[in-house]
Design a binder for this molecule. Sequence first.
Ligand SMILES: NC(=O)c1ccc[n+]([C@@H]2O[C@H](COP(=O)([O-])OP(=O)(O)OC[C@H]3O[C@@H](n4cnc5c(N)ncnc54)[C@H](OP(=O)(O)O)[C@@H]3O)[C@@H](O)[C@H]2O)c1
Length: 268
Amino acid sequence: MTSKIAVIGFGNIAKAIITPLFDKKLLNPKDVYCLVNTKKSLENIKKNYKYDINIFQANSKGSEIIWDCKVKLLSVKPQQIKNIIELENNNNNLLVSILAGVSLEKLIKRFPNHKCIRVVTNIPITIGKGLTGISWGYEITDDQKQLIRRLFENSSKIYEFPEDLLDIFLALTSSGPAIIALIIEALSDGGLSGGLQKNLSEELVMEMILGTVNLIRETNLTTAELKNMVTSPGGTTISALRVLENRCLRSALIEAVVSASNRSKEFR
Ligand SMILES: NC(=O)c1ccc[n+]([C@@H]2O[C@H](COP(=O)([O-])OP(=O)(O)OC[C@H]3O[C@@H](n4cnc5c(N)ncnc54)[C@H](OP(=O)(O)O)[C@@H]3O)[C@@H](O)[C@H]2O)c1
């Protein structure tokens, strides 16, 4: 794929992005140089991670080698970015940030000797079903874009956006799994209230959601058509929907997405 890749912050999401590339032999573990902050994480990765990567604790002897890599994946928490000090002379190298909400402008100020790229991905990337939004920075060549797409395309679907749409992409796709988890939990509690065992109730909810999504996809029904199909006059479903309309569920979901997007903008 490329000669060397550095991962600054080899945590959950970085592992989810990089591990499938090792699994598919698209990347050689020997060519990957990773940094973590604590000795505990270093030892944990050395002991338990299934591939033998080059791993260093930040600021330890030899860790500067990561700055020799042509591509760096920045995957620390947004509040930890202040601890990363750029050691770079070659201004054709790439820095790909997956930090929620941190703008290209901020990245370019912090890493002036890199060409910066901002990426938003989501937690289903850990099972190869992620969604990744990419906003290219300045002067990225087509070959460089192709290289970066290859980092993510094994574990996610890729969408390319101007940066001002990344916040709403993040709200929908990165915050979305928590919203869906909450909906699954609440519907399961509904089943529990009606006398079902919790596990069975949760299983039924998840199968129902999967089946509904597949039905919409496979038949090209609109969501309104599907709703009308299962809503009979004076029936059970319209009774349920009335409760949700009364409690403003639609408005709450719209506002939740807008709120997450606004919060992401505040990090800039
Ligand atoms: N979680 C999500 O759903 C999600 C989705 C998309 C994007 N993101 C973004 O992904 C980023 C990482 O999230 P995560 O969930 O993977 O976090 P995480 O598991 O906590 O990983 C952060 C990693 O950064 C390391 N680190 C901290 N300070 C460092 C320093 N000064 N130098 C080098 N490494 C350092 C940590 O090392 P230690 O373990 O030693 O502290 C850890 O390996 C965040 O910016 C987040 O916005 C997260």
